[in-house]
Design a protein around this ligand. Structure first.
Ligand code: FA5
Length: 364
């Protein structure tokens, strides 16, 4: 009896294999499954036969039937995969993107932050420690926010300080020349007191050379409140510069002119290359000019106060500063040409990464 069932099982396997080879679609496969693995299929009919067998033979027969079930289930699953894959390839293959969900995922390429991102993160972290919030603003600006509200009305000679890309001259739509319009936008939006920094791209009709790019990044700072004075500005900037370049650097404030700040200052640090002795990087002066700053001009507050009365210049004071991020990165990492940041030369980027080493600010 047991030989009989073993023989039948063998025959069933041969038949099932032969039949499944010719199956082309899921409907045929379902018929096959019902025939062999379904309720009235081969497996269950063999199982039923066991009950009429002699007790001694039952374990062996049961084992053989289980083996058969495993083989048939394996055949079924293999075929199912084959049909699904051929459906994806034949039916969907003409479409450009095909999701073959059984394929393993593609490994992502390894990548690092760009030097400008790294320096920006480091700079932001220093200001965060001083309680500055982070804000942003549009790259496409209006004449009002980029100039007029910043006390630089039409025909004001100071407009020549920034050679501007206009998108629509008659409507005064332009690419912002600096991040200072964000001062106006944040004051219109938030009541004093507050302090923010803002980072973003700026655009000027400057030809590329070793220290100029027509597109570059600036970081703007703004603090407004009821008793803010020049000492606060000095304190914040000296702390920032010493954190970034080292406690040993000297910081110098010289009088300067910006239409939107009064008094205004141009701030330099002692040369990071020659430590103030004089070299080609600092043009022999021992100083590197690093940012512009000043106390917010009362005319700027008046422009805001027209919309938001809490900015009346007899109640509110504040300071602002702005700096070029590429120039800071060049000094911090001793990079002699701004164009390296934009050429995407993998040799430069790799060398930059190697110079930073493991103990760098990438993880900030
Ligand atoms: C300004 O843009 C003022 N908005 C800064 C400011 C803000 C002053 C708040 C007072 C209060 P300036 O034009 O000097 O200032 O530009 C600031 C910095 O941007 C420069 O010191 C320089 O680092 C950077 N910069 C300017 N033009 C370029 C350029 N073409 N390529 C790279 N960096 C540039």
């Amino acid at each position: 009896m047991s030989n009989e069932i073993i023989g039948k099982i063998k025959e069933t396997v041969e038949l099932a294999e032969k039949e499944i080879k010719n199956i082309k679609n899921n409907d045929e496969l379902e018929q096959w499954r019902i025939k062999y693995l379904g309720r009235s299929g081969f497996i269950l009919s063999f199982t039923r036969e066991i009950s009429s067998m002699h007790d001694d033979l039952k374990p062996l027969a049961g084992k053989e039937i289980n083996k058969l079930k495993k083989i048939l289930t394996g055949l079924y699953e293999e075929k199912k995969k084959e049909i699904d894959l051929s459906y994806v390839i034949n039916e969907l293959g003409h479409k450009k993107e095909v999701l073959i969900y059984t394929y393993p995922g593609r490994e992502p390429d390894f990548a690092y932050f760009h030097p400008i991102t790294i320096i920006t993160k480091s700079m932001i972290n220093i200001f965060k420690k001083m309680g500055f919030g982070i804000w942003t603003g549009p790259e496409i600006e209006t004449d009002y926010y980029n100039f007029s509200a910043l006390n630089t009305p039409e025909n004001h000679p100071a407009r020549d300080m920034w050679d501007t890309f206009y998108l629509d001259y008659s409507k005064g739509i332009l690419l912002r020349t600096h991040t200072s319009p964000i001062q106006i936008r944040t004051m219109e939006r938030f009541k004093p007191p507050f302090r923010i920094i803002a980072v973003g791209k700026c655009f000027r009709k400057d030809a590329f050379d070793s220290s100029h790019s027509p597109v570059f990044h600036q970081m703007e700072g703004l603090m407004v409140g009821f008793d803010i004075n020049f000492a606060h500005l000095k304190g914040a900037l000296i702390y920032f510069l010493r954190e970034l370049f080292g406690a040993e650097i000297k910081v110098r404030f010289l009088p300067a002119y910006f239409p939107f700040t009064e008094p205004s200052a141009e701030i330099s640090i002692s040369c990071v290359i020659c430590k103030g002795k004089g070299c080609s990087t600092c043009g022999g002066t021992g100083w590197l000019e690093i940012l512009g700053a000043g106390m917010i001009h009362p005319e700027v507050f008046k422009n805001i106060a027209r919309k938001e009365p809490s900015y009346s210049p007899d109640k509110i004071t504040g300071f602002a500063f702005g700096m070029g991020i590429e120039r800071i990165a060049m000094l911090k990492y001793c990079i002699n040409d701004i164009r390296h940041f934009y050429n995407n030369d993998i040799r430069f980027l790799t060398q930059f990464r190697l110079n930073l080493g493991d103990n760098n600010e990438i993880l900030l």
